[in-house]
Design a protein around this ligand. Structure first.
Ligand code: ADP
Length: 764
């Protein structure tokens, strides 16, 4: 099955596949680029976050170290004082530390004195006596050891509330106090609520203790023994952390600080910043606060990411998408353009094939069915050519010949004329192409009252038609209709194709008709020539006989004048007879009726006869006519016809070479006989040498030399019929040599009748 011009499914696939692949690849690449950009930027922001977190925890560590150092210094101050510090000295000392500005978050610095049970009453009495009438150690109750906050600076109303408080009585504080006592290092408590904490803005707190001994104890026992009390500082965790971390850091991420190593709600010291729902990054860091582990959880939300980090992936995605769409569009356009170009190339190939078929013969009855079938195979399902004066009127092409002949039988019976919408009638009226899709064959049946046609069309599976008019040289010839499946829509390209095809078909039909008309004219001419030459021969024969007897009688009566005139009549009658003979030959050869009668004879002998016949004529023309035939050249040929060959060649030699010698030569060369006629006349230009052997072809002007242009043609026809060849060698002004070569045992060759038209019909 030849490749169809338009296969909708394949075209659609080709149309859509490549752009779809481009689209898919583009989207995949965009997705990958987006993911890569996002993960790279996330990594970047994470690194930044880690940096910031490290910086923040380092800052916190540093700050705590500074606080510890400050507490150690206070402890050193109290150790130095030795005895019980005075409230004034302590106040002055703490005042120099400038707590509020330099150590934010610290609530104060206090001195908590260790009191053994036996000293308790004494201690309370001393304090009351020293101007603190309401002083007591609290909470009340009997305990193994007491402690009391004796000094606390700055002694504002808040801190005032803590005076006399026995921190040793409270387990969380006590644990830190004991640790400090035993290690001689600052020790922080776990999370506590400070006694100073009142009001609404409660914060978690913790305390740091530094022991104060009497002397410099070295062992744990000595330390317990010599402990005098503790320098301590209460901290509000929130204030401390806020102060330790700079404000911008706190804006960028959230921080939760836990006492201990776990993230337990009850150990939460402080929480601020990013909420969990938009959490992007989280890091946990441990730090040591006066011998106690703290767990810091840093968390960054969306706002931590920079604008670039947030927007770049989106930008990449949008850019990629735009690029992909652009690429998709460009590919689709490209594919469309290519499909169009290929379709037009295939159309051109189809038209070239159609034109080859149409030019293969001049008989359109032979070529139209082939072209219609080709069109049905390539561009439609069915192709119907209608010729108004056609024979046949309807030509139908379909891939299946049986379907084609059924449709043809149906249209021949009914025709399309009545359906004005799709049929040839419409195209014939309007003259421009008519296309219609999706018609129902049943409708045509109704319109045309032709159930057979409807059935045939249904069987052919068609429901769309395209009809164009056939016209040539302004004359309307008929129509060409392409029919395809009902779903096929004929495009503008199809209309162009159908129009081009119609033009080719119309030209072929027109040419074919012209050719037939010309052939008929030639046939009539040949018939006329045949009849005319026959009719002329009879009176000529009688004229020849009469002039001969007239000449004989004049000679007898010695009427020289009359004899000469009779002689002239005789010569002209001979010439006339030759002309009539060649006209007769023309019709015979043209009709393929040149009959040869082979018989054995001597060609040299024949040449001698002919030369003798021409002696008078040669003499009158001033030529010396010489025959060179040293020995007989026997063979089997048609005697009369070879006489004619010799006659034509010798009469030409005399005619075109007057007053010059003419030589006739006959030789036997092995199996062949060679006859040459040579003159020294006007000669023939090289470009005319082939042409002069054709019918009516001449290389001289009619005015200078009379003649039909048939002599050499007849020579060639006869020689070739005998299986021989004839050729000429000549140069202008130096004469011509005609050479005929014949096989001695000639066999007649079948010659096809000439068409009478030049050039002959192509057979390819
Ligand atoms: P005709 O002589 O009637 O014209 P021919 O068929 O015999 O027709 O010759 C065809 C043409 O060939 C002549 O018209 C002439 O131009 C050329 N020709 C033939 N024979 C000769 C010749 N011997 N010398 C020169 N030209 C020749």
């Amino acid at each position: 099955m030849p490749r169809r011009l338009l296969s909708p499914a394949r075209a659609a696939l080709r149309h859509h596949l490549t752009p779809a692949v481009v689209l898919a690849l583009g989207l995949a690449a965009t997705l990958a680029a987006w993911a890569l950009a996002r993960s790279t930027l996330r990594m970047q922001s994470r690194e930044r976050f880690v940096d910031e977190v490290d910086r923040a925890s380092a800052a916190l560590n540093e700050r705590m170290a500074a606080y510890e150092a400050m507490l150690r210094a206070t402890s050193g101050f109290l150790r130095g004082v030795g005895a019980e510090p005075s409230a004034l000295a302590f106040h002055d000392f703490v005042a120099t530390l400038d707590l509020r500005d330099r150590y934010p978050g610290i609530q104060g610095i206090g001195w908590s004195k260790l009191i053994r049970p036996d000293e308790l009453a004494n201690h309370e009495a001393e304090q009351r006596a020293a101007g603190r009438p309401g002083y007591r150690v609290w909470p009340p109750g009997a305990r193994a050891l007491y402690s009391s906050i004796v000094l606390l600076e700055p002694l504002d109303w808040r801190n005032q509330r803590a005076i006399g408080f026995d921190m040793f009585s409270e387990p969380v504080r006590r644990a830190a106090m004991e640790r400090a006592r035993d290690t001689d290092d600052p020790a922080a408590t776990g999370r506590v609520e400070l006694v100073q904490e009142t009001g609404r803005e409660r914060q978690a707190g913790f305390l740091v203790y530094v022991p104060v001994y009497a002397g410099a104890p070295a062992t744990v026992e000595e330390r317990r023994d010599r402990l005098r009390g503790w320098v301590y500082a209460p901290f509000r965790a929130g204030d401390l952390l806020r102060a330790a971390l700079d404000a911008t850091a706190m804006q960028k991420f959230g921080l939760s600080a836990y006492d201990g190593t776990e993230l337990r709600a009850e150990a939460l010291l402080f929480e601020a910043g990013a909420r969990d729902d938009e959490l992007r990054l989280a890091l946990v860091r441990r730090i040591d606060v006066a011998g106690r582990p703290w767990t810091l959880r840093f968390a960054a939300g969306r706002s931590f990411e920079s604008a670039t980090e947030r927007l770049l992936p989106l930008g990449v995605a949008l850019g990629g998408l735009a690029l992909t769409l652009l690429l998709f569009w460009a590919t689709r356009e490209e594919v469309r353009a290519r499909t169009r170009a290929e379709a037009s190339a295939r159309r051109a190939v189809f038209l070239a094939e159609a034109s080859k078929v149409l030019s293969s013969s001049l008989d359109y009855a032979a070529t139209l069915p082939r072209v219609a079938t080709l069109a049905a195979q390539r561009v439609a399902e069915l192709c119907i050519v209608y010729l108004e004066r056609g024979d046949p009127r309807w030509t139908v092409g379909h891939a299946t010949p049986e379907v084609a002949s059924r449709v043809r039988a149906a249209v021949e019976g009914s025709g399309f004329e009545r359906d004005v919408e799709i049929g040839p009638a419409a195209a014939l009226q309007g003259g421009h192409p008519r296309a219609r899709s999706g018609f129902d064959p049943g409708r045509i049946a109704l319109a045309a009252r032709a159930p057979a046609l409807a059935g045939a069309l249904r069987e052919a599976g068609v429901g769309s038609s395209l009809t164009v008019a056939l016209a040539s040289r302004g004359e309307r010839l008929g129509t060409l209709t392409l029919l395809a499946g009902a779903r096929r829509r004929f495009t503008r390209g199809d209309v162009r194709l159908a129009t081009d095809l119609a033009r080719l078909v119309a030209a072929a039909v027109d040419t074919s008709r012209l050719y037939a008309a010309a052939r008929a004219a030639v046939r009539e001419r040949d018939e006329f020539l045949s009849i005319a030459s026959h009719e002329l021969r009879t009176p000529l024969t009688s004229l020849a006989l009469q002039s001969e007897s007239l000449r004989a009688k004049a000679n007898r009566l010695q009427l020289d004048d009359v004899a000469r005139k009779a002689e002239v009549i005789r010569r002209n009658v001979d010439r006339l007879a030759r002309l009539v003979a060649s006209l007769l030959d023309l019709s015979r050869i043209t009709a393929g009726r040149l009959e040869l009668e082979l018989e054995p004879f001597d060609l040299a002998e024949l040449a001698r006869e002919v030369v003798a016949r021409f002696e008078d004529e040669a003499r009158r023309a001033g030529c010396t006519l010489e025959l060179v035939a040293p020995e007989p050249v026997p063979g089997s040929w048609d005697r009369l016809r070879l006489d004619q060959v010799l006659t034509n060649l010798v009469s030409n030699a005399i005619k075109y070479g007057p007053n010059q010698p003419v030589e006739v030569r006959v030789e036997g060369v092995g199996e062949r006989a060679v006859l040459t006629v040579r003159d020294r006349g006007i000669g023939i230009p090289p470009e005319d040498q082939a042409r002069i052997f054709e019918r009516f072809e001449r290389a001289v002007s009619k005015r200078s030399y009379g003649g039909f242009g048939l002599g050499l043609w007849i020579v060639r026809e006869i020689v070739e019929s005998l299986g021989g060849t004839v050729r000429v060698e000549s140069a202008p002004g130096s004469g011509a040599t005609f050479t005929v070569e014949l096989s001695r045992r000639a066999q007649t060759q079948a010659r096809s009748p000439a068409t009478g038209l030049s050039p002959a019909a192509p057979t390819a």
